[in-house]
Write a protein that binds this ligand. Structure first.
Ligand code: PGA
Length: 250
């Protein structure tokens, strides 16, 4: 399975810096031999910068772009929201849903994430559904229970091996510089794989990404873990060097 190297830019950047980052990725990707054969690439800028991605990546179809969220509703009277159909219309291929920052700061439940995922699939987008436990939950031995609840609660009915990606992101590893150990990643990815095989059409083909402080220097070890099919990268996706350096580790 080709690895998916996905950048989650979060709420960062200006028009100028976003344009420069996109151009750097396009221009430098060829300096990393073999990465295009081994990896699929995705960048997810803020909504306002998706138009720049559309423009800049027009000539680089090997780099997909997507969004970090979408509405749970179809087009209509939902002030401030952005629909899945609008993202598709902008050329997005993917949408990240249920990131822990949205679950935490916007109180998104798995039910909401699932409703968003249904809309995204209807619009023809692929979904990246994020799951992950907090530190306290891991310490209490609840990591698998939490991940299972989030996964089962968030998966859309029509999920299958080609339209759905899962990102396992332990909350305590996001932006902290502390990634999970290869043994913990192996255990959780194996657990997620078994759930997917049981419940999802062609579940063995669903890509499971690891996210949480992935950097060029720990990526090789993480990618060597069974059932790690790519990475969802926050901080290190904001520089072309580190983003592509992670791909180089595949
Ligand atoms: P990080 O973020 O790579 O900065 O830890 C990952 C994420 O939140 O997707």
């Amino acid at each position: 399975m080709k690895k998916l190297i996905a950048g989650n830019w979060k709420m960062n950047g200006t028009r100028e810096s976003a344009k420069a980052l996109l151009a750097d990725i396009v221009n430098h990707i060829h300096k990393h031999p073999g990465v295009l054969e081994r990896c699929d690439f995705l960048v997810c800028p803020a909504f306002l910068h998706i138009g720049l991605a559309r423009h800049t990546l027009h000539s680089a179809p090997h780099i997909a772009y997507g969004a970090q969220d979408c509405s749970a509703f179809g087009d209509g009277a939902y002030t401030g929201d952005v629909s899945a159909a609008m993202l598709k219309d902008q050329g997005c291929q993917y949408v990240i849903l249920g990131h822990s920052e949205r679950r935490e700061y916007h109180k998104e439940s798995s039910e909401t994430v699932r409703a968003k995922a249904e809309k995204a699939l209807e619009a023809g987008l692929k979904v990246i559904i994020c799951v992950g436990e907090k530190l306290k939950e891991r310490e209490e031995g609840l990591a698998e229970d939490i991940v299972k609840q989030q996964l089962i609660g968030s998966l859309p009915k029509a999920a299958n091996g080609s339209n759905t990606v899962i990102a396992y992101e332990p909350v305590w590893a996001i932006g902290t510089g502390k990634s999970a150990t290869p043994a913990d990643i192996a255990a959780m990815h194996g657990f997620i794989r078994r759930l997917l095989v049981d419940r999802v059409e062609n579940g063995s083909a669903v890509r499971i990404l690891y996210g949480g402080s992935v950097k060029p220097d720990n990526a090789g070890v993480i990618f060597a873990v069974r059932d790690v099919n790519g990475a969802l990268i926050g901080g290190a996706s904001l520089k072309a060097d580190s983003f592509l350096g992670i791909a180089q580790a595949v």
